[in-house]
Design a protein around this ligand. Structure first.
Ligand SMILES: NC(=O)c1ccc[n+]([C@@H]2O[C@H](COP(=O)([O-])OP(=O)(O)OC[C@H]3O[C@@H](n4cnc5c(N)ncnc54)[C@H](O)[C@@H]3O)[C@@H](O)[C@H]2O)c1
Length: 269
């Protein structure tokens, strides 16, 4: 049994936010939330391994954060195994992994094809279980723990018409997070997720379906009366990755401006 009170009853909270000398891996670092996560981790002192399918994006973000670029496909078992082995061979340690990769193809549930279903399973879920397996392999060999943090979605917690297969895969991701947290807790490995609501990412900003009217409707439905942006998500991912969250595991933190807590009914008062 481990019951060791902290050496300092009042710790240095600023130090608990620092990631100096630490090595963190960001999966999907080339854009949006991944790029912001790489910046957030680097700002607190971490060396960031920027992983992306797009080699030029990985290089660009690694250059911005003075980190290391790594090009590969994280839905491939061989690539994920090689990635974590490379990181530990090069840096001798691994402290955290943020995995932001995920994508939705919107259509009604009755119209999904087997290909759509398999697509969501791979792009939302498959890489998460591979990352858990191969980061853990390295942590067990090193005899250290670390933090794994995934980007889920409010679509996995609430109904999201048009996003049935995506939402089902994100719900499975949050379930995987809880189970992995329980199985890996004794190894000192924490596993958490962030579930964003509507976020204006670079990808959505280039999408003509995002009309002014749609933006306005989403703002009005959100208690904080604004949309989220990638740094809002990166801040929550940074918290889970830092020693500040040292006793937090198996959790999903919703980052949605409060949209998910609104009871969508009128009451007569
Ligand atoms: N935008 C929203 O409103 C919203 C809401 C909830 C959740 N999310 C989730 O947020 C996450 C990030 O979204 P984003 O728009 O910031 O990301 P993005 O799509 O802009 O960037 C993803 C990055 O991952 C890389 N990538 C894709 N497949 C890869 C693979 N197989 N191997 C390695 N790299 C790969 C891409 O090249 C890209 O650089 C996703 O998981 C998404 O489901 C988004």
């Amino acid at each position: 049994m481990k019951d060791e009170p902290p050496a300092d009853l009042i710790p240095d909270y600023t130090a608990l936010m620092r990631l100096d000398d630490q090595v963190h891996v960001v999966l999907g670092a080339g854009n949006g939330m991944g790029q912001q996560s790489a910046h957030a981790l680097a700002a607190f002192g971490a060396t960031v391994v920027c992983v992306d399918l797009d080699a030029a994006r990985a290089e660009a973000v690694a250059g911005e954060v003075k980190g290391i670029a790594w090009n590969g496909d994280i839905t491939s078992r061989a690539d994920v195994r090689r990635l974590f082995a490379d990181v530990v061979a090069a840096k001798g340690r691994l402290d955290g992994v943020i995995d932001i990769v995920g994508l939705a193809r919107a259509k009604p549930v009755v119209e999904y094809t087997d290909d759509d279903w398999a697509f969501h399973h791979d792009i939302v879920l498959r890489h998460a279980y591979l990352a858990i397996q191969y980061a853990t392999e390295q942590w067990r060999a090193l005899g250290t723990g670390g933090a794994l943090t995934f980007v889920a979605s409010a679509a996995g917690l609430l109904s999201a018409p048009g996003l049935g297969a995506y939402g089902a895969a994100k719900a499975a991701l949050m379930s995987l997070v809880r189970t992995a947290a329980v199985e890996l807790g004794p190894d000192g490995i924490r596993v958490n997720a962030v579930a964003p609501g509507v976020i204006r990412t670079p990808r959505s900003q280039g999408n003509p379906k995002w009309t002014d009217e749609l933006v306005r409707a989403n703002v009005e439905r959100t208690p904080l009366r604004k949309l989220g942006y990638p740094p809002d998500v990166a801040g929550a991912l940074l918290f889970f990755s830092s020693p500040l969250a040292g006793h937090v595991t198996g959790q999903t933190l919703v980052v949605d401006g409060g949209a998910g807590v609104v009871f969508n009914c009128e009451s007569p008062s």
